[in-house]
Write a protein that binds this ligand. Structure first.
Ligand code: URA
Length: 241
């Protein structure tokens, strides 16, 4: 027997906090009865319904590491019928992306049906490093790098401390390549951080999430995580929350 909100969160439907809100709002039924009590325990034979949808029980957990190409949306299904990251993966399992990369951003993206790991990795408190390589218009100076490191204001709130370093300049094309390591995951964060210091991102690639990288993969390719890697990811998130 497990607590209702935990079972909902574990299914990947939403976070535990949101699950609690849904219960308190009377949106959750167990075996046809509306449940308001947060401590209610359920077993895996109970049928849970949220807003009229029966919660699917995913038994086997799967984990994919995708090298996302440009021109693909990070969602499970796009109302404009564009290709999604889930379309690139050959599986019968109901997987979804952990976090988001923009349509024109490339690089490492994890997809899973493991709601516990997905929620933990996306938790705002987690300190999982994500490494981005940005090609920006203009030549970046030390002061701007320092600003990125110390935090810049985006959407009215300062970003946390970050790691930033210039990888390359190209005076001819008037562009710079910057490596930026952040652990937050705010909307369009990298592009907005450069915008805040007066630069436009021309190309963006995420090279690393924690200890995971793109070695051995070409754009559009994917692989499954090994059980050891999954265990290590769990360890990384447990340190933080
Ligand atoms: N920051 C962005 O601006 N875009 C991404 O796709 C990821 C991080």
């Amino acid at each position: 027997m497990e607590r209702l909100q935990k079972v909902i969160a574990n299914s990947g439907y939403t976070s535990r906090r949101k699950a609690e809100e849904l219960i308190q709002k009377g949106k959750v039924k167990v075996n046809g009865n509306v449940i308001y009590e947060l401590g209610t325990k359920v077993s895996n034979t109970d049928e849970i319904e949220i807003d009229g949808n029966v919660l699917q029980k995913e038994e086997q957990k799967v984990y994919f590491l995708l090298y996302k190409p440009r021109g693909v949306v990070t969602t499970t299904n796009d109302d404009k019928q564009r290709k999604t990251v889930v379309d690139l993966i050959d599986t019968q399992m109901r997987i979804y992306p952990i976090g988001r990369l923009d349509y024109d951003t490339t690089g490492i993206l994890l997809l899973t049906n493991d709601g516990v790991l997905a929620n933990a990795l996306m938790h705002p408190k987690n300190q999982i490093d994500k490494v981005y390589i940005a090609k920006v218009k203009g030549l970046i100076g030390k002061e701007q790098i320092r600003a990125l490191q110390m935090g810049v204001v985006i959407d009215g709130k300062s970003t946390s401390k970050a790691k930033a370093r210039i990888k390359k300049y190209d005076k001819k094309t008037d562009t710079s390549i910057v490596e930026l390591t952040i652990h937050e995951g705010r909307n369009h964060q990298v592009k907005k951080m450069f915008e805040a210091i007066g630069y436009t991102v021309l190309k963006l690639k995420r090279e690393q999430i924690s200890f995971l990288n793109l070695v051995g993969l070409k754009s559009g390719e994917y692989r499954m995580l090994s059980p050891k890697e999954v265990k290590k990811l769990y360890y990384e998130v447990s340190k933080e929350i």
